[in-house]
Design a protein around this ligand. Structure first.
Ligand code: NAD
Length: 246
């Protein structure tokens, strides 16, 4: 029996229908939280919510759309009464050298990864203040710690998430809202299909722990930051990468 360290809390996880987001949803739910799964993938999101049962709700949500954020946050508060945890996990990745990346592709990644994270922090502020505090976890990347040739647009968004996290951590601290970033290394999800097999093999070979990460490796880090055991931690970067950036 898992100790229910998040009992009575509500968590909203963007991009929660599959991959890392789904692992985060399952773990926070297992720890006792009510979970709001948001994503563009309706069938996967509805299926996950149905499998988890009463303490789970799926909401269709495009994180780049401000009105959709207002609706998702309202749905969370209406269903569970309050909102205590936000995980800005939704993300998109398309590799491309600087000279080969179109403005449209660049702006698509900015819209989802960067604007989406900004809007999330903006729109949970009021309900978290009302709840007396909260925890926001922004999913950045090792691409937010170092440079990755061939991924300029994605890297830019993930460094932006890291910088916005530190800024919001200071702005939100008077409200007892903590804001931290998690930086996954190579994790076994559909996102890795954006790379060639050679690029993924090279990434894992350059990982000192010599394995690909699993979504639950990231979920464990997020759960730690979400819960009260991390109550004196804000503005930090938790790198979960098997040692890749060392
Ligand atoms: P994934 O592609 O499996 O999942 C991403 C989810 O985000 C999908 O369910 C997708 O539908 C959703 N999404 C995409 N655009 C959206 C939008 N506009 N609104 C709402 N949801 C949207 O990838 P993943 O690996 O699980 O990625 C999760 C997070 O982890 C991302 O932020 C990603 O950048 C980050 N990350 C992943 C890795 C990795 O190796 N897999 C490494 C570092 C960081």
């Amino acid at each position: 029996m898992t100790i229910q360290i998040l009992e009575g809390r509500t968590a909203l996880v963007t991009g929660g229908a599959r991959g890392i987001g789904a692992a985060i949803v399952r773990r926070l739910h297992d720890l006792g939280a009510g979970v709001v799964i948001t994503d563009l993938l309706d069938a996967e999101g509805e299926a996950l919510a149905a499998a988890l049962g009463q303490r789970a709700l799926f909401v269709h949500h495009d994180v780049g759309d401000e009105a959709a954020w207002q609706a998702a946050v309202a749905a969370a508060v209406e269903r569970f009464g309050a909102l205590h945890v936000l995980v800005n996990n939704a993300g998109v990745y398309q590799p491309g050298a600087v000279e080969d990346t179109s403005v449209a592709t660049f702006e698509w990644m900015v819209r989802v990864n960067q604007t989406g994270t900004f809007l999330g922090m903006k729109h949970v502020l009021a309900p978290m203040k009302a709840a007396g505090g909260g925890s926001i976890v922004n999913i950045s990347s090792i691409a937010g710690m170092v440079g990755f040739p061939g991924a300029c647009a994605y890297v830019g968004t993930k460094w932006a998430v890291r910088g916005m996290t530190k800024t919001a951590a200071v702005e939100f601290a008077p409200h007892r809202i903590r804001v931290n970033s998690v930086h996954p290394g190579f994790i076994d999800t559909p996102m890795l299909a954006g790379n060639s097999d050679e690029a993924n093999a090279a990434g894992i070979a350059a990982t000192p722990l010599k394995r690909v990460g699993q979504p639950d490796d990231i979920a464990a880090a997020v759960a730690y930051l979400a819960a009260d055991g991390a109550s004196f931690i804000t503005g930090t970067e938790l790198v979960v990468d098997g040692g890749y950036v060392l």
